[in-house]
Design a protein around this ligand. Sequence first.
Ligand SMILES: [Zn+2]
Ligand SMILES: [Zn+2]
Length: 242
Amino acid sequence: MREPKWADEIREAILELGGVASLEDIYTKLVERNVRSRTANWKDTVRDAIQQHSSDSKSYRGINNYFYSVYGKGKGIWGVRDVVTPEVKKNLNSLFEETREFELEELIQQGTDEEIEQLINNYSGLGSQAKIEVKEGLQKIRKASKVIIDKLKELYDYSCQICGINPSSIYGVNIVEAHHIEYFSVSQNHNPNNIMILCPNHHRLVHSAKAKYCREKNKVVYENGYEEVLKLEKHLLVRKDN
Ligand SMILES: [Zn+2]
Ligand SMILES: [Zn+2]
């Protein structure tokens, strides 16, 4: 039997790890899967294959842009660009059109499997087979975005990026939330570059007052013109220059 291409096998391994993984975890998973035979320098082959299939890398070959560098150069954390098929993505987009962004973010981050199932079952625009695929697709997206959101919350020590308040240090509970700069309902983009960590007050304000994030000036601009420079910023302005 012909062996799968390294890029395809790596893609499967990362998906099994939730859609985002460190090089070390990828190596471990590949050994565990044991689908491809490995030469003495197989780890170099794996690294090369990832870079050749990522437009974030200088070695990108220009086709099959499977991977993205999650936290920028040298961090060794890779994500799979399209966690779901284009067909599932299209169905998710039409499903999300009927859901408000704020509620969708809440559902993705804190919702139970039953609540997700309910959302999909209540939507009349899908046949039964499509519903199953959409459900599975949404689970994959949730898994991948959870890995990233948890890491980001940790990076900010559970503080709000706008006001800098750290509820966990005062009250001992972690209540910060992830906000998607480009709406998740539109893009399903869970790249860290698209996520901001906010306290519940600011998260609600950002949605209610239709705030936009201005990356060049690192500030949030509300509908009435009021502006706030982010007190904490450790990841949104990172340049991807590898
Ligand atoms: Zn805040
Ligand atoms: Zn939000």
